[in-house]
Design a protein around this ligand. Sequence first.
Ligand code: GLA
Length: 391
Amino acid sequence: MSATATAEARTLLHELTGRAPAGVWSAPGRVNLIGEHTDYNDGFVFPFAIDARTVVALGARTDGRIRVVSTFDKTPVEVALADLDALFPGRRDEVVEWARYPLGVAWALLDGRDAATAGVDLAIASDVPVGAGLSSSAAIEEATASALDDVWGLGLDRIALAHAGRRAENEAVGAPTGIMDQMASVLGRADAGIFLDCRDFHADTIPLGFAAADLEVLVMDTRVAHAHSTGGYGERRAACERGAAILGVPALRDVRVDDLPRAQELMDDVTFRRVRHVVTENQRVIDTVRVLRGQGPRAIGALLDASHASMRDDFEISVPELDLAVETARAAGAIGARMTGGGFGGAAIALVDRERVGEVSAAVTSAFAAAGYAAPHLFTVQPSDGARRDA
Ligand code: GLA
């Protein structure tokens, strides 16, 4: 799926420098199977990396400058590595938005290190759809982090690369997101999900067994654009912090389903429903891993459905297009379905029998047409390997 992006990144770099790349790295987007808005609450998530990747082709420079160019915007952005500290986070508005991701990663990686490091030219191309909630941003961050870690000889492990990507996103871009997307992008494995504890970053690779069970993950991109640097995401995060403060715990991770009746007495209805989503979602992640291990992927449908209901009713981050996609897919025979990612738009996923993918897709497409919504973008994804050097 990433052959196009690889060719595009190589061509772009050649146009920029007149030379072939010194190396090519790539990192995937992700689908979150379950565990939404739990990561910044020190909780559990269960995403997998997908077979759509962002590719970085790199050329070496000797002048201590970094230049980035991408298929999003072919105008190169160039800055001295020594000036990155002056740029981020305070003067980030001076950098065009897409370039804050790769430059922010360079800034986060160099933090506290000698900035007299060799300069680089980076050409970026991507097969990960932007704005669909599939973490196109984490894919850029982790492809860039992998490339720079290698050429600068930093020797960082995967968890450190994920943290650098998150720091770029939080501070250089200004989106208050958690660690899930970057972890999925670096830790992904073919046919497996990453069961991650976002408190201590312990990660277990859990075989999903979708292919062996003749199941497909259908992504239903509503094409309702979302952005986490604005509005709703930050508000949800603040509500979770408020709930944890009222309950006197470091994070909502420390609240159990049994504690909810007491929590309800202590806070207003909206805060309580935000808390209830996170607390029950953490439990659903643990249950999904248990059910998957014990009974296999066909048995996780009800947990996916319950997760969607909780996001729609308690966390209130769904939109009518996502609800329609989920309900229609389920009515057409999906085993389970839920919105995935931060919400307020983006994509839903459905776990579907391979032979029913056509039927479910047709049902969703016609339901969208009947509702007067723009046509959704429907495609299947395969659980895939994380960030790596390709050439
Ligand atoms: C976005 C963020 C993640 C996570 C999800 C919601 O994808 O980047 O850190 O919070 O939303 O689960």
